[in-house]
Design a protein around this ligand. Structure first.
Ligand SMILES: O=C(O)CCC(=O)C(=O)O
Ligand SMILES: [Fe+2]
Length: 284
């Protein structure tokens, strides 16, 4: 049906054997179609030391790849940073926390102490150099007291263009799980943001009609700081198929984890953050 799909743009989790059932269950609960394709062998490193049979390749892990965009300063995309095991751990943690049992729910916000499965991924990010300038990368803690947000996207769902609120420190991370989508970046001057805080924060100039698509694949970690965080909006279109150049991505169930750090003065004024175990769940 979609012959023109590039293999490279099809992603699946069929090798997440113990996670598959849970995702299927989650997906059934959400009455969402969840057809997942086989991962392409070119995406993976195959162990040369272990004996291979024709039908059972030993999948070790895709190769991590760091991507920057010259036009969006402060955007770093680390593809395949999380191994399959690490992705599974996160997905399992999210499923077991039952955030999305209610079919009306597509967003869960954690306050205060972060769950251990998120804590472990923060450790990976802190120990991976190059995401942020030193003052952010080495701040302690990197995302503690963050309002961590877990978003669930059914095929066709998206998020409207926005710049993350100024109550959060610079240095934001979005982890992508389960399937791919395209995030679109536009200069923030193009979008009506009712807050002078954002205006020309980093004094870089953009063509008002520029739109830059970035493919977010499962296991990737997107980091935004400086101009990328303040001078560009990001959005995910409400569509079942993303088109990027001549490639298409069929949307499937996607989960993302956004990690941020709340500013100190905001913590004092926000009583929700004093409760270490609370989380709020709502519809995006
Ligand atoms: O779900 C995503 O990939 C992005 C989420 C986002 O932009 C946010 O939580 O502010
Ligand atoms: Fe955002």
């Amino acid at each position: 049906m979609y012959e023109d799909l590039s293999n490279e743009e099809l992603f699946g989790i069929s090798d997440y054997s113990d996670t598959d059932d849970k995702v299927e269950e989650l997906s059934n609960n959400l009455s969402s179609s969840n057809e997942m394709s086989e991962p392409q062998s070119s995406d993976y490193e195959v162990s040369s030391s272990s004996p291979l049979t024709e039908n059972e390749p030993t999948i070790i892990s895709p190769k991590p790849k760091l991507i920057t965009l010259p036009s969006i300063i402060g955007l770093i995309l680390y593809e395949n940073l999380l191994t399959h095991e690490q992705q599974s751990e996160l997905i399992n943690g999210i499923i077991e926390a039952n955030y999305f049992d209610n079919p009306e729910t597509n967003q869960a916000m954690c306050f205060g102490t972060l769950p251990s499965f998120i804590h472990r991924v923060i450790e990976i990010i802190s120990n991976t150099p190059g995401f942020f300038p030193d003052e952010i990368q080495h701040r302690d803690p990197l995302f503690d007291q963050a309002r961590s947000i877990i978003n669930l996207y059914r095929p066709g769902e998206g998020i409207a263009g926005h710049v993350d609120l100024p109550r959060f420190e610079d240095g934001i991370v979005v982890i992508s799980l389960l399937s791919s989508c395209v995030m679109r970046f536009r200069p923030s001057s193009e979008v009506d943001i009712d807050n002078s805080f954002y205006e020309n924060k980093f004094k870089d100039v953009h063509d008002a009609y520029e739109m830059i698509p970035v493919t977010l694949r499962p296991g990737s970690v997107l980091a935004l700081n400086g101009p990328a965080r303040y001078n560009w909006t990001h959005e995910i279109e409400e569509t079942e198929i993303d088109e990027i150049g001549d490639k298409k991505i069929i949307r499937s169930l996607r989960i993302s984890v956004t990690l941020r750090k709340m500013k100190k003065d905001q913590l004092l004024s926000n009583k929700d953050d004093s409760n270490p175990f609370s989380f709020e769940i709502k519809k995006r």
